[in-house]
Design a protein around this ligand. Sequence first.
Ligand code: HEM
Length: 251
Amino acid sequence: MTRGWSCLFYLLVFLTEVLLFGVLILSLVWVYLFRDGFAWNEDVAKQFNLHPVLMITGFIFLMGNAMLVYRLFRCCNKLASKILHTFLYLLAVPCIVVATIAVFDNHNLRNPPIPNLYSLHSWLGLVTMGLFALQVTKTFVVGFFSFWILLCCDQGTSNFRANLLPIHSTFGIITFMLAVATAVSGYTEKAIFSLKDPTTNRSTYSEMGVEAVLINTQGAALCALAILVPVIILSRAFQRGWQASVFDQQL
Ligand code: HEM
């Protein structure tokens, strides 16, 4: 990359990392300051709080960073990037599983129980989790077979693996965008359910109190990530080994 493209690349990466860490920290601050922190089955209202924080950790923070690994560590060995990419994806799995158990417990253990999977948010969530499960399964199946076949014929599988790469990265970006849409709808739903005047039970969301602003800020940061992450991943100028000279001449 030329110096100009490098500056732009590092500026975008810096902004993206600020937003990735920012949205995770804000979700923790929100839960601790306004929603009384975490608990498990002994307090289902607090158990719910694990849901947004762990979904943001798994789907946004870990998955976002996993997707950026190949662009960030451009100087390093590709195998090291692959291992880090897979490791971050794998770390996201327990976060998503615990977040899902927490929200189902929060519905089922209430008296009376709340029905499951009635909202648009929950449907979007199922699609997002389905795509994520497909990505993880595919990575393992292809990784496992490639490893064994690779031992006898590297050439034979290299074409196949190269053809799979665009499909894998496209599905990764789609899953990330859907996770953002799901999380934003989740925040909106939570704000409508929870921001109420306890005496009149009237919604106070429109009054834009501190909690409402904090919730909206998290949603806005997620939308900014939905722009920045695909720009960094899809821009040809930021891809490994891309020669910028031709592109620079055209500009
Ligand atoms: C981004 C990843 C997320 C996924 C995949 C996801 C998925 C789900 C699913 C499947 C349910 C249904 C549970 C049931 O029916 O028992 C649910 C419920 C819920 N989620 Fe999320 N969620 C995500 C993020 C969030 C975030 C960030 C919030 C913000 C507070 C949130 C708030 C809620 C609320 C309030 C419910 C209960 C009401 C309902 O069923 O719609 N979610 N979520």
